[in-house]
Write a protein that binds this ligand. Structure first.
Ligand code: CA
Ligand code: CA
Length: 503
């Protein structure tokens, strides 16, 4: 089982910066995409050429155009390319979105070059390709301050395993005012489908030993005495035989006939010997219908710049996934709701004295794939994997692992919630780290809690929310137990919850 580590990095374009540092290196604060000491393009005196009715800066006879990337997530750079225009034009590679429908599509040997508004210290460049998960793309990335001396950042192929951003690192950061990418098709044909270019100076992610994900019947690493851990926000062990939590409040949401209830543990093993667990019974539904049985935490909990440790135990019966024809299936969600309902926030999320007009906020612009559902753990039928999806745009990450059936499994997720580039996720399964992203944005911009406009949390829901059918079974059950959230700022640590887990 291959682990998928995908990292995309955030940048907010600085609008209205001074131009004091125009010819000086940007600082080396570990940010990406030029969001520090970036000079504003808004100075017509800078423009020295015009092409296709657009202003630009001429360097060595090349006109680097200002495409007016002024969206909140746009990357601040001028761009020149071997061709212009087309249905999927080259400027799409700096529109801020690493998505297939914002790609530059062109065949053959082509180049695109960025002129950064100022000299920046960079140690990596990231590219993403549509169909990047189908075959490797072939390219060379170089960087230069003066277009005379070029440093090769990478010369080779993409992995062929992902259409998300893949970063290519230098051992040592260099100053750069130009970043050039020469494309040469892919290993299957001559097409280039470059979605986006990103750059910056960030530490390389830690590499952890790849988990074998061999089901383990040893759970000695796990501290089941949840009551002993400080900073509890929410704890449900179901030992009282009801679905009521010991700490916090719950919200139960069912539809389509699916149910949940506290029951005797039908699969007592060394990973969960407790008497009572939560059973979710999921019923099939038609291809466009859905069925739901979710158990949510419901306490108010401020998220911004806070670190929480979420844990839960989960039991999937043996082979149950093989019995199903799954359209989609989600086992866990972190929802923006009640901080605004799905696509847009509500007036109460942004009080009238806030500078943000709530009615103009569309979460689709801030959450990868849009909508009001934030992170989630879902089943990917085509690959038979579970995907933990982190969705703070533009740091979309899809962190997959193999589902383990026929035993109790313990998940632990530690998240530092922030909309800066300093956030992280660590996801553990049975004491092994199975997915991690760091130096990423974990909380989406304009989340009402960021500026203290409200204490919106994200409701965390566990259960089954799905659309599935089956020729062989009429329902299935999955089980959950020891559902808890701890506040690291109140003293909870991974070591207390999971002695021996890697920090
Ligand atoms: Ca794009
Ligand atoms: Ca229990």
């Amino acid at each position: 089982m291959r682990l998928v580590y995908l990292f995309c990095f955030a940048t907010l374009m600085m609008v209205g910066c001074s131009e004091n540092n125009k010819n000086e290196p940007a600082n080396d604060s570990g940010t990406d995409g030029g969001d520090s000491e970036v000079n504003n393009i808004n100075n017509s005196q800078l423009f020295t050429c015009t092409q296709d009715g657009r202003d630009g800066i001429e360097v060595d006879g090349i006109c680097f155009l200002d495409y007016g990337v002024d969206s909140e997530f746009g990357y601040n750079a001028y761009l020149a390319a071997s061709v212009t225009g087309g249905d999927n034009p080259p400027q799409n590679v700096i529109d801020g979105y690493a998505t297939w429908n914002t790609r530059w599509e062109i065949s053959g040997n082509q180049w695109v070059e960025l002129r950064l508004p100022s000299i920046e210290s960079i140690n990596r460049v990231g590219l993403s390709f549509m169909k990047g998960d189908e075959y490797p793309f072939i390219f060379t990335i170089t960087a230069s301050v003066d277009r005379q001396n070029w440093v090769t950042v990478y010369d080779g192929q993409s992995s062929g395993e992902s259409s998300n951003t893949e970063y290519f690192y230098l051992d040592t950061a260099v100053d750069a005012n130009h970043i050039r990418v020469e494309l040469n098709g892919n290993t299957a044909n001559s097409m280039n489908y470059l979605q986006e270019i990103r750059w910056g100076n960030q530490s390389e992610p830690h590499s952890y030993p790849q988990s074998s994900l061999t089901p383990s019947d040893s759970c000695s690493y796990y501290n089941s005495n949840l009551a002993s851990i400080p900073g509890p926000i929410f704890i449900s062990t179901f030992e009282n035989g009801a679905s009521n939590p010991e700490v916090g409040d719950t919200l139960v949401n069912t539809e389509g006939g699916s149910t949940l209830d506290a029951v005797d543990n039908p699969f007592t093993d060394s990973c969960n010997g407790s008497g009572k667990v939560l059973e979710v019974i999921s019923l099939p539904n038609g291809s466009n219908a859905k069925t739901r049985a979710e158990y949510h935490n419901a306490p108010r909990m401020p998220l911004n710049e806070r670190t929480y440790i979420y844990t839960w135990k989960q039991y999937f019966p043996e082979d149950f996934l093989n019995e199903l024809d799954v359209n989609w299936m989600i086992f866990s969600q972190w929802k923006t709701w009640p901080c605004g309902w799905y696509d847009s926030p509500s007036a109460s999320d942004y009080p009238s004295d806030s500078p943000i007009n709530y009615s103009s906020v569309n979460y689709d612009n801030y959450i990868c794939e849009g909508g009001g559902i934030f992170n989630h753990l879902s089943y990917v039928p085509s690959r038979n994997t579970l995907s933990f999806e982190a969705r703070a745009r533009p740091d979309c990450a899809y962190l997959e692992h193999q589902p383990i059936e026929g035993q109790w499994n313990t998940y632990i997720l530690e998240v530092y919630w922030t909309n800066t580039d300093n956030g992280y996720y660590k996801l553990f399964l049975n004491g092994e780290i199975i997915a991690e992203a760091q130096d990423v944005k974990t909380l989406f911009d304009l989340h009402p809690g960021i500026n203290g406009y409200s204490t919106c949390d994200m409701y965390w829901g566990l259960g089954v929310y799905s659309s599935w059918t089956s020729n062989s079974i009429n329902n299935f059950s999955v089980y959950f137990d020891d559902i808890a959230i701890f506040d690291k700022d109140q003293g909870a640590t991974l070591e207390q919850l999971c002695p021996g887990c890697p920090e």
